[in-house]
Design a protein around this ligand. Structure first.
Ligand code: NGF
Length: 288
């Protein structure tokens, strides 16, 4: 059975501090209402790359406590500060996380030896599984099939969160690494990714659209391509509207409409304008 993971949002107060009550409500909504298989904690959607170490640790701790074993957890510990990544990997392992993930190091033009050393260093101190977080359009780092093969020589690396629209690469990866886990990272491309045999998906819009994403997965499982297309097309109407109105702010406002205290985004991300809020509420009404 394919796994559906929500990329967990973080609820912030107006000043940009973590709103613990709101974060717990987002987690509960994903478990109780969305009924996802797991949460990807500390990713892009969690605004992780805007946070200090203490805030990252707090989110990992709250997610671990609130889920209490009800769903799978993956902790994204990657950081351009490799010391921090190592520290976070140890921290989440001590909490009880069984799987970690790390974004490829970004901004500087690291060569492949540096990328490989980064993953092996993070994993040297822990016994957890690792899912590589590959998101070339944000990091500027594209790995080839041969480079993935070299990273996978470290047996703790179990797979990849593949956030790219390169379906040729995805097919080559699936064929070359049948035993590795590949999770699709672009929700709007879930259907083509499923058709190429991914093991599941990790995404931000599942915070508000998990049931339809699940329906797409089930239709593909039944080889009902017409139904799968219909479900993806409806999802994409929603995703298109969300992206046009501002991704994380819109998802947060939709959750607020569901009674979840999803809070604000953290600066430098903007607070939503009155128009954005009204539009997000309209989008919400198309969902109910
Ligand atoms: O939010 C982004 C950034 N991508 C997410 C997902 O790949 C990131 C994706 O769901 C993620 O899971 C995480 O690290 O938190 C998109 O938001 C969605 O497909 C809409 O484009 O691009």
């Amino acid at each position: 059975m394919k796994k559906l993971y929500t990329a967990l949002l973080t609820s912030f107060d107006k000043e940009g501090y973590i709103n613990e009550k709101g974060l717990r409500e987002i987690i509960r909504f994903n478990i109780d209402v969305n009924q996802v298989d797991g949460l990807y904690v500390g990713g892009s959607t969690g605004e992780n790359f805007l946070l200090d170490t203490a805030s990252k640790k707090l989110i990992f701790k709250i997610a671990f406590e609130e889920t209490n074993g009800a769903v799978d957890l993956i902790a994204q510990v990657g950081s351009n500060d490799l010391h921090e990544a190592v520290e976070l990997a140890k921290y989440v392992t001590d909490l009880g996380y069984k799987t970690i993930s790390a974004v490829t190091p970004y901004y500087y033009k690291f060569d492949f030896e540096e990328v490989k050393n980064y993953y092996n260093t993070i994993l040297a101190g822990v016994e957890t599984d690792m899912i590589i977080y590959s998101i070339p359009f944000l990091t500027g780092v594209s790995l080839s099939v041969d480079q993935f093969a070299e990273l996978f020589e470290n047996e703790k690396i179990k797979g990849v969160k593949f956030t790219a629209a390169d379906f040729y690469l995805l097919e080559r990866m699936r064929t070359r690494f049948p035993d590795k886990l590949i999770y699709a990272g672009f929700d709007e491309m879930l259907l083509p990714a499923l058709s190429l045999g991914v093991d599941g998906a990790i995404g931000s819009t599942f915070n508000v659209n998990a049931k339809r994403a699940r329906a797409t997965m089930e239709a593909v499982e039944k080889r009902d391509l017409d139904q799968a297309f219909l479900e993806q097309s409806k999802s994409n109407d929603l995703i298109e509207a969300i992206l046009a109105n501002g991704l994380y702010n819109t998802i947060k406002i939709i959750l607020q409409e569901e009674g979840v205290d999803a809070g604000y985004c953290k600066e430098p991300m903007k607070k939503p304008s009155v128009e954005q809020i009204e539009r997000a509420k309209e989008i919400y009404r198309t969902l109910v």
